[in-house]
Design a protein. Sequence first.
Length: 77
Amino acid sequence: MYVCQAGTFVSAFAERYLYGAKVEVGSASGFAVTAGEWLPNDPTCCPSHERRSHFALDERQGQFVPRESEVTVREKP
């Protein structure tokens, strides 16, 4: 994610997620990421849970920071 500072795009968030993630933009200053959450006995292919994290822009830092997070049991396909 990037933000505009003094007319220039500056990186404000960068994260990698094993097997990808779903990003939902809620507003100009926030977004949510949903990705797999592995428990110790989960195989690498199949996380048993997922974490949804909400991020908001901290204007002093110029970075997106986590505000809240919740873990739920992942629905089986």
